[in-house]
Design a protein around this ligand. Structure first.
Ligand code: PFF
Ligand code: NA
Length: 459
C-alpha cells in the first residue's frame, strides 16, 4: 500500500453517514471528555473556563473539523497523500503535508500518556468490581487512588495492557467491528453518566455544581486558562493532527460535511458536560478540591459508586465503557503514525505497529514515573510558565496546548488562504451564505484567535 494506487485499491467508502459518525465519535469521545474536561475545568475555576471552551468548540473546533474532513474527502487518501494531491491540483507548496507530520508527532506523544490514564481506568474495573468501595469515605477513596499512583509496577502493567489492546486492533487493520460497537457502547456510557448524574442530584450539591459549571466568574479566568480551553477544544474533538482528515477520506461525496461535523462535536460536548454534572456535586458534597488535578474523577466517581444502590455493578460497567471509549480514541492516535510509517518508510503494517507501539509504550514509562519516583522532576522549571510541571504535565501541555492548536492553525491557513475556493465550495456544498460564514471563520477568526492566545501566553 505504499503507492497511491495501492492505497486506492484498498479504500472502501464508509457505508453511510452513520459509519463515519461512529468512527469520528469513537475518536473524539474518550478520556478527554470524562477524565480531562472535569479536572481542567476544576483547575481553571469553572464557569468562565467552560464558556471559553464552548466558544472554542463552536467558532474554532467545528470549522476546523469541517476543513479537515473536507481536505480528507477531496484528497481521498491518507492525510499526507491527500495534501500532496491537492497541492498538485491547486498549485500549492507540497510542504503543506507537514500538517500530517505534526499529526504523527502529536499522536505519538499523546498516546504515550493517554495509555497510562487508560491503564488507570483498567485498574478501576477491579477496584469497583471487588466491592471494596462500598460505603467508603472520601479519605479512603483518595488513599486507594494514591496507592495506585505510588506503584510504578502496577501502573506499568495496566499501561502495557492498554497499549497492547490498541496495537492489536491497529496491527490487524480491522476496525469495523469496533465502530459498530460504538453505536451500542457510547449510548450505554451516556446512560451510565446519567445514572451518576441522578445520584449526584441526591447529594444536595447539584445546584452548586451547576452554578460552578455554568455561571461564569471572569475573575477566575487567567490567560493560561484560555490557552487550556483552546487546547482542550482541539484535544477533545481530535483536531489538529489530521485524524479527521484521515477519516474524512472515507466519507461518501453526497454526505454533508457540516452536518456530520456538528453532530460529532455536539455528542462530544454533551458527554463532557454530563461528566461535569456527574462529578462536581460529588466534589462539593464531600468537601473535595475542584482543582485536585488529574485524579479528580478517580477520587469522586468511586464515592458515588460506593454509595448508590447496585454501585459495584454500575461502577464496573462504567469503567469498562470508559476503557472502550479510550480504546477507540487510542486507536485513532496510533493509526496516523502507522499509516505514515507504511507510506513513507515502506514498512508493513505489523512491523510499523510493533515499532511505533513499543517506542510509544517506552515513552509512557516516563509519564508513569512522573507520578511517583520522578514526581519532583520538573525539567523545564526554568521557564516560568512550565515551573513545577512533571514530564507527564509537560507532554500534556505541549501536545494539547501547542501542537494541536498549531496543527489546526496550519489547516485553517491552508483552507482559508491557499486552497482553491471553488473546489472547497463544491466539497462543502453549503448555501453561499453558510459557506462564507465558514470561510471567514477559517480565514480570519481561527488564525487570529489562535495567534492571540499563543502570543498572550508567550509574553
Ligand atoms: N479526542 C480524544 C479524547 O477526547 O479523549 C483524544 C484524542 C484522540 C486526541 C485522537 C487527538 C486525537 F487525534
Ligand atoms: Na473528546
Amino acid at each position: 500500500s505504499g503507492t497511491l494506487e495501492g492505497a486506492n485499491a484498498q479504500r472502501g467508502l464508509w457505508s453511510s453517514r452513520l459509519a463515519f459518525i461512529l468512527a469520528a465519535t469513537g475518536s473524539a469521545v474518550g478520556l478527554g471528555n470524562i477524565w480531562k474536561f472535569p479536572y481542567v475545568t476544576g483547575e481553571n475555576g469553572g464557569g468562565a473556563f467552560v464558556l471559553v471552551y464552548l466558544l472554542c468548540i463552536a467558532i474554532i473546533g467545528i470549522p476546523i473539523m469541517m476543513a479537515e474532513v473536507m481536505i480528507g474527502r477531496r484528497g481521498g487518501h491518507s492525510p499526507v497523500n491527500s495534501i500532496r494531491l491537492i497541492a498538485r491540483q491547486d498549485g500549492l507548496n507540497p510542504a503543506w503535508k507537514l500538517v500530517g507530520a505534526v499529526g504523527v508527532l502529536a499522536g505519538f506523544l499523546i498516546l504515550s500518556f493517554y495509555s497510562v490514564i487508560g491503564g488507570w481506568a483498567i485498574s478501576y474495573v477491579g477496584t469497583t468490581a471487588s466491592g471494596q468501595l462500598t460505603g467508603q469515605t472520601a479519605d479512603a477513596v483518595g488513599e486507594i487512588f494514591s496507592g495506585l499512583l505510588s506503584n510504578p509496577g502496577t501502573l506499568l502493567l495496566w499501561h502495557t495492557l492498554f497499549m497492547a489492546m490498541v496495537m492489536l486492533v491497529v496491527a490487524r487493520g480491522v476496525r469495523s467491528g469496533l465502530e459498530r460497537a460504538v453505536s451500542i457502547l457510547m449510548p450505554a456510557l451516556f446512560v451510565l453518566l446519567l445514572v451518576v448524574v441522578g445520584y449526584s442530584m441526591t447529594t444536595g450539591h447539584f445546584g452548586q455544581a451547576a452554578a460552578f459549571l455554568f455561571q461564569p466568574d471572569f475573575s477566575k479566568l487567567t490567560t493560561s486558562g484560555v490557552l487550556v480551553a483552546l487546547g482542550h477544544a482541539f484535544f477533545t474533538l481530535s483536531l489538529g493532527m489530521a485524524v479527521m482528515m484521515a477519516y474524512g477520506s472515507y466519507l461518501p461525496k453526497k454526505i454533508s460535511i457540516a452536518k456530520t461535523s456538528i453532530t460529532v462535536s455536539v455528542i462530544d460536548t454533551g458527554v463532557a458536560l454530563l461528566a461535569g454534572l456527574a462529578i462536581f456535586p460529588i466534589v462539593f458534597a464531600n468537601g473535595l478540591e475542584p482543582g485536585a488535578g488529574p485524579g479528580l474523577i478517580f477520587q469522586t466517581l468511586p464515592l458515588a459508586f460506593g454509595q448508590m444502590p447496585m454501585g459495584s455493578l454500575f461502577g464496573t460497567l462504567f469503567f469498562v465503557l470508559l476503557i472502550f471509549a479510550a480504546w477507540t480514541s487510542g486507536i485513532s492516535l496510533l493509526e496516523p503514525i502507522v499509516e505514515w510509517l507504511e507510506e513513507q518508510k515502506g514498512l508493513n503494517r505489523s512491523i510499523s505497529t510493533l515499532g511505533a507501539g513499543i517506542v510509544c509504550w517506552a515513552l509512557g514509562i516516563a509519564s508513569i514515573l512522573s507520578l511517583n519516583l520522578w514526581a519532583d522532576v520538573a525539567p523545564l522549571s526554568f521557564i516560568p510558565k512550565l515551573e513545577g510541571k512533571t514530564i507527564f504535565d509537560l507532554l500534556d501541555f505541549f501536545t494539547a496546548n501547542i501542537l494541536l492548536p498549531l496543527g489546526g492553525l496550519l489547516v485553517a491557513v491552508m483552507a482559508g488562504w491557499i486552497m482553491s475556493r471553488p473546489a472547497m465550495e463544491k466539497e462543502l456544498a453549503l448555501s453561499p451564505g453558510l459557506f462564507n460564514l465558514w470561510f471567514v471563520t477559517v480565514r480570519f477568526i481561527t488564525p487570529v484567535a489562535v495567534g492571540i492566545v499563543f502570543i498572550y501566553n508567550l509574553i
